[in-house]
Design a protein around this ligand. Sequence first.
Ligand code: CP
Length: 313
Amino acid sequence: MKHFTSISDVNDLDALLNKAIAFKKNAFQPKIASGKKVGLIFLNPSLRTRLSSQIAAQNLGAEAIVLDIGKDGWALEFEDGIAMNGDKAEHIREAAGVMGRYFDVLGIRTFPELKDRDADYTEKLLNAFLDHSGIPIVSLESATRHPLQSLADLMTIKENWPETRKPKVVLTWAPHIKALPQAVANSFTEWMIAADMDLTITNPIGYDLASEFRKDVPVVHDQKAALEGADFVYVKNWSSYDHYGQVLSQDETWSIGNQHLEVTNDAKVMHCLPVRRGLVIQDEALDGPNAIHLDQAENRVYAAQAVFNELLK
Ligand code: CP
């Protein structure tokens, strides 16, 4: 594995998953990354990704250095071939090049602007770091994907599923007051397909994910029908892909509560966090026995540790 920006970068998914599970049993295996440096660059806010990545690096013996580049760094220019006579003080070519000299692995968080779909979906910012740093790049959530979250999600499903049959996994849209990226939903779908899970997506009309991500996964616009017999319900809001970045619905009947779970197979409830209580998921479901969102968050450490281990060894 040279980089970790999507499932396509993973050579052996089972091996990576097993490594993450092994790190959860024993986080302090021989410190293979002693003396190595991991840069964690945030253009956007984070709680879990930031902390879990730092802990993961430390568990391996590496030093993690965080830069909130949007706040503490120079404003970056990503356009080539222009005179930099505006408010951008540093070009990505130099910024990424310098970070490539300081670090052994570089993690980047770059959210989409949700204005220009083509610009977001070409992953211009992430690709600039890939092109100009010269070192392995880890996506800490990009415009279209959140692979560290997806690896932790897959790990969480595996450890909560002792049966031999494939679990029915339902990814359900839920309401939100803000326009959120499609990255978590896109990425979760990609990883569930790669892991050969029985996945169904349910969302209101107008919220279908990009066809390059949902491929031939069934999309059901009737949430109750989709939830029937589910073993895992993954709840997430995303803004419209077709009407790019728009909030088309705030239908509160899609907010997951215990009533929604009645038609499931006693489904576990998942969310990547942060979650708005009483809006995306009701308190009763988040505080109930089926909620495994904190397991997902815990597993973010071991997912990141498995990825850093692979890139630093
Ligand atoms: N799930 C997740 O990535 O959380 P943060 O945005 O807090 O990092």
